[in-house]
Design a protein around this ligand. Structure first.
Ligand code: NDP
Length: 338
């Protein structure tokens, strides 16, 4: 069984590639450059014969994935722009996310005759309703949709453009399967903030968003505890398992899953790091103090429902403390080596 993973060098994808290889799959990854291909292959020296990497420099190009999808049994589409430093919302965020997804599905429909399922990594961004704020009393689940429009996102701030890119790409994927009725089915995963130890090649000069988010608690750059915008989290290792299960479980076809462990806040992050005997004192000193014990998730903030993912995908979720401590320990190890 061969699985295609797009954006295979990223934070979530590298962990997912590791889970696929551990589960006995052969993996074909796509990346944007030969340097990313080399870095990814270096991560898996012991099983390199089961992992191949192809370079797809521009996923919006016509037929970009036509060759990559040939002979694969399932596809995990994880690649999507995830950065908050963009100048052009359409060119750098909306178009690659939406056209990349549509182009991939078109390639599978026309050249991927062996493919029975495509799993799309969407996001809580595609579920959240910003107009409701913290929405006390609401419990987010798979029925929630972000209805931000393309026109609005074109000129909005980068965060809104990202959130819109995920919502609109997911909607495009569902429209594709509804209208084209292809030979494969679709399963969609919507994770919120993803924490946990990075398995990919972290760049401290240009970190991916999740590494940046945790690293700033250890680097001394935070003067105070940041305010929490998104209150749900999941560990990257559980999300990787969810990707594997989403391609294996027959009932996952044509379903959307909220992949969430529970709620957290940045104050809780700071408190957990400072209380842990595992975190070296030199790093604890860098963690902002804020107001310990305050601003935790409570009745003033929406809740999250992960029951569908547990029931159908059969997955469990790591608790917040484990996720945060393991991410911090891995980042400290990488910082010490840099
Ligand atoms: P990373 O930045 O680590 O990975 C993103 C991947 O997408 C990289 O392989 C990157 O390639 C690729 N990519 C980015 N832009 C493009 C583009 N224009 N064309 C082709 N490939 C591109 O982020 P994550 O691993 O965190 O994110 C992976 C997926 O998970 C994304 O779809 C993201 O939206 C989603 N997600 C992430 C969450 C999180 O908290 N981390 C939460 C919810 C969803 P390159 O290395 O060349 O830039």
């Amino acid at each position: 069984n061969t699985i295609l993973v797009t954006g295979a060098n990223g934070f979530i994808a590298t962990q997912t590639v590791a889970s696929l290889l551990e589960s006995g799959y052969r993996v074909r990854g796509t990346v944007r450059s030969q340097a990313s291909a080399d870095a990814l292959l270096k991560m898996f020296p012991q099983i390199s014969s089961e992992l191949s990497v192809v370079v797809v420099p521009d996923m919006t190009a016509q037929g970009a994935f036509d060759e990559a999808v040939k002979g694969v049994n399932a596809v995990l589409h994880i690649a999507s722009p995830f950065t908050l430093t963009i100048k052009d919302n359409e060119a750098e965020m909306l178009v690659p996310a939406i056209k990349g997804t549509e182009g991939l599905l078109e390639s599978v429909a026309t050249h991927g005759s062996d493919t029975r399922r495509v799993v799309l990594t969407s996001s809580f961004a595609a579920m959240v309703n910003f107009t409701k704020g913290f929405w006390p009393g609401h419990v987010y689940n798979e029925a929630d949709w972000n209805d931000v429009t393309y026109d609005y996102a074109k000129t909005a701030d980068a965060g809104t453009a990202y959130v819109a890119s995920k919502a609109l790409a997911e909607k495009a994927a569902w429209s594709f399967v509804r209208e084209r009725k292809p030979h494969f089915d679709l399963a969609v995963l919507c994770p919120p903030m993803v924490f946990g130890p990075p398995a990919h090649a972290v760049s401290f000069s240009a970190p991916n968003v999740s590494a940046w988010d945790m690293n700033r608690f250890l680097s001394g750059e935070l003067e105070d505890v940041p305010s929490t915008d998104f209150w749900g989290f999941v560990d990257v290792r559980d999300l990787a398992t969810a990707h594997v299960r989403a391609l294996e479980v027959p009932e996952a076809g044509n379903e959307r899953f909220f992949i969430v462990s529970g709620r957290y806040s940045y104050q809780k992050t700071a408190d957990v790091l400072r209380a842990s005997p595992l975190i070296p004192e030199a790093y604890k000193k860098q963690v902002p103090v804020g107001q310990p014990g305050k601003n935790y998730p409570g009745p003033h903030v929406y809740d999250v429902d992960n029951s569908k993912s547990k029931r159908i995908l059969g997955i469990g979720y790591r608790p917040f403390e484990e996720s945060i401590i393991d991410s911090a320990l891995k980042l400290i190890e990488l910082r010490e080596k840099k």
